[in-house]
Design a protein around this ligand. Structure first.
Ligand code: SF4
Ligand code: SF4
Length: 187
């Protein structure tokens, strides 16, 4: 082994990275720092930060049925849900209040895994910093609700699988509700 070969090898790596930084893009082995915020890398589909709630048609009808499972499963207990009720006080299958304290959320994604109604998913949004650390990070239902179109945009493969599964379940439900065809008359 030549004396100093390791140093030379290391210097060659540095030289190669220096030259590549001028001629190659980040995903081709070029510059590995991005001049944020002017430039941004496209987030990987499964990148996760904080959760959001999904609605299909309109935000007033979220997929969430206020079952409370995600709140119970959330390790730091940062989800608070209050079920909605009708004028007579009968419970409705939607939340009147759905809060997530993002200053406590640890981005684990357990709420997404636990939800049986495909109603809560991890978002790509990360630019939520502010000068106030309590109220501005307490996200309410109105802040959390995003359309299924948005979900399809950020996580197309997951959204396609979920859409197909939901459509199949919907079709089965419709088929079960259809009145059975009358038995054929025998001649
Ligand atoms: S997000 Fe899902 S698990 Fe959480 S309360 Fe709503 S339906 Fe239940
Ligand atoms: S990502 Fe984890 S910590 Fe954050 S709300 Fe969901 S379950 Fe709770």
């Amino acid at each position: 082994m030549i004396f100093g070969a390791g140093i030379l090898k290391g210097m060659l790596v540095t030289l190669r990275s220096f030259v590549n930084s001028y001629f190659k893009k980040p995903d081709q082995g070029g510059l590995f720092t991005v001049e944020y915020p002017e430039k941004r890398l496209v987030a990987k589909e499964r990148f996760r930060n904080f959760p959001f709630l999904v609605y299909d048609e309109k935000p007033e009808d979220p997929r969430c049925v206020a079952c409370d499972i995600c709140a119970k499963e959330c390790p730091p207990k940062c989800i608070t849900i209050v079920r909605d009720a009708d004028a007579e006080g009968r419970p409705l299958k939607k939340p009147a209040l759905f809060d997530i304290d993002l200053s406590v959320c640890m981005n684990c994604g357990i709420c997404e895994e636990a939800c049986p109604f495909d109603a809560i998913f991890m978002d790509h949004e990360f630019e939520i910093a502010g000068t106030e650390r309590h109220q501005s990070l307490l996200y309410h239902k109105e802040d959390l609700l995003k359309s299924n179109g948005y979900f399809r945009q950020i996580r197309p493969s997951d959204a396609a699988l979920i859409d197909a599964r939901r459509k199949e379940a919907e079709d089965k439900k419709k088929a079960a509700l259809k009145p059975a065809a009358p038995p054929e008359k025998k001649e």
